[in-house]
Write a protein that binds this ligand. Sequence first.
Ligand SMILES: [Fe+2]
Length: 381
Amino acid sequence: MRINFVFLFCLLSCYSIAQDVKITHGPYLQNVGEQEATIVWTTDNDAISWVELAPAGDDSFYAKERRQYFQTKDGNRVVSKLHKVTIPGLERGTEYRYRIFSRAVMVDKLMYGDVASSNVYGKKPLRFTTLDSKKSEISFVILNDIHGRNDDLVALSQNVKYGATGLMIFNGDMANYMNDEQQFFSAFMDKSVELFAAEVPVFYARGNHETRGLLNRSFSDYFPTNSGKLYYTFRQGPVHFIVLDSGEDKPDSDIEYHGLAQFDAYRTEQQEWLKKELQSESFRTAPYKVVIMHIPPVESDWHGSLDIQRKFLPLLNNAGITIMFCGHTHLYKYFEPNAGLHDFPILINAHNTSLEVKVTKNEMSIKRKDTSGKEMNGFVM
Ligand SMILES: [Fe+2]
């Protein structure tokens, strides 16, 4: 009789503290390289998380046990509401299938709760393909200055699909403010996940608006890169990409930054990094060298733009840059190379147009399209 009471007590107490968990945002791909990829998502409660990975194929995801990859730190599985699982040891230019899992954890009670996962019963598992520096032809799309306008995001990314688009590049100011997680996910990222970001790798150049709000200090937690910084490089096919973080546009002392900004020193830090980066073998041997940066180093006499002009342009000149893509001004403008200032073209994309770029061995073609899909301009580099 005593045993039955103990059993009943355990049953009731376990039932009353069982923790639910739901996937609230994501998953989306970050830091996809030739040999690794990171999958990011969030949950409403603390959880440990993992990714199950399968090679490409038509067999069921349940055909056999799939390898599991956990998010770990210092030998522990991470318990968090933000999940970033890095998968190492991948093959170059190879397609994989994946699904995600989160198991609720009540750390104070040392108990597990429910499990949430992406669906592979009713629909196909998610996919991604690793980058490939040997690829002869690639494509990518650039968007910038969406400022939370989901309708424009949908219209401008209508051609962005797995298999059709190799990469998506967000060139800053996708959100207006980064006050909290809900604000920036609802501004553009939830819609991006729904449309493409779970399967098409996203590379992000931070804009000045993403430096604003309390969550800006956690920006790299949501968008991890291969350098651990918000400036980094990556290679896809014949293109070596350099992503720079132009910081804020006004002087650090401006009242709008509340005494918290240190962007002059940050741009100097990038200047030193850039000197070394331009010596790398991948950069020197790449047929195309593309710079992605939110604030243009031209067209403005504001402090941020002038600081970039002083610190980055002397290094990029004579380095064989194919083109620099910028945003920020919300107005399209194309600058031919200007001797003494920038020896490469600079294209500022507008807030309501996308750039669809295709690169082959012989040429880089750029199509600027509006929200109806109509081609506004075309360039062949
Ligand atoms: Fe901006």
